[in-house]
Design a protein around this ligand. Structure first.
Ligand SMILES: [Zn+2]
Length: 250
């Protein structure tokens, strides 16, 4: 038997059959070309009965086969989702309860239901594509210009860079860790010195209105500050201050 494959270009009926099959938990015993073709016609007939195009009828199928989420939130119709799963003949079962399920349960609340369901399914798809980690780029990808015919020095360069990276890894947040949490964690050992206060300096409301700022420096702290500033100035003096960009103006 040819391998069963349904994709975006398949006929609508077949796509509905695939939606239905996936919806009821992808049971192996129905994963057959003959079953899918049979379901395809029967689902098209149901869609036709209520004059819905594929794009809309599809959401009815997703709705009536969707079990509640782990947290109990029901975006689908739990009753049909459960009994279609256990039915020996799921398509027959759907047909039998179709009129009631569609007209009495789905239709009256469809506007609200389908919007919520679509948002939810979209979010799940986003999450799935996010958790698929991108392929890691290596130094071999970067350094080697022709992978079919790599130059010896390129391979050697890549090997060196890889070794250096392994020896001195770049720091990065743990998986799932927010960047701010990571920075906080890295600087935790220095927190004590950041929170240190001189008991001779005066703290109060700063010029910018910040509370608890050092507003008056004691002799010792003042000296230290002046020494730091003098060092900075010395360094600055060694750097040429006139750049080629501004020469023309003088
Ligand atoms: Zn001080």
């Amino acid at each position: 038997m040819a391998k069963l494959k349904v994709n975006g270009d398949s006929p609508d009926g077949l796509k509905l059959a695939a939606n239905f099959w996936k919806g009821i938990g992808s049971p192996k015993e129905f994963a057959k070309q003959s079953v899918f073709e049979d379901w395809s016609h029967r689902l098209e007939k149901l869609a036709h009965k209520v004059s819905l195009p594929y794009s809309q009828f599809r959401w009815f199928i997703i709705w009536c086969t969707r079990l509640p989420d782990d947290d109990g939130a029901a975006y689908g119709n739990t009753f049909t989702a459960r009994n279609l799963r256990v039915a020996k003949n799921p398509m027959g079962s759907l047909e039998k309860q179709f009129a009631t399920t569609y007209h009495e349960i789905f239709l009256p609340q469809a506007d609200k239901l389908v919007g919520l369901l679509q948002d939810r399914v979209q979010r799940e798809q986003d999450d799935r594509s996010r958790t698929a980690a991108p392929k890691r780029i290596t130094y071999y990808d970067l350094c080697i210009s022709d992978p079919q015919n790599p130059l010896a020095w390129e391979v050697e360069k890549a090997r060196w860079l890889t070794a250096i990276d392994e020896r001195f890894p770049l720091l990065e947040p743990a998986p799932g860790e927010e960047i701010e949490d990571w920075v906080y964690r890295m600087f935790l050992p220095f927190r004590a010195s950041r929170e240190w206060r001189c008991n001779k300096c005066v703290y109060g409301v700063g010029e910018d209105g910040d509370l608890d700022e050092r507003v008056k420096w004691c002799e010792d702290c003042g000296d230290e500050l002046r020494i730091d500033m003098a060092d900075d100035m010395e360094e600055l003096e060694e750097v040429p201050v006139v750049s080629w960009l501004t020469l023309e103006w003088t």
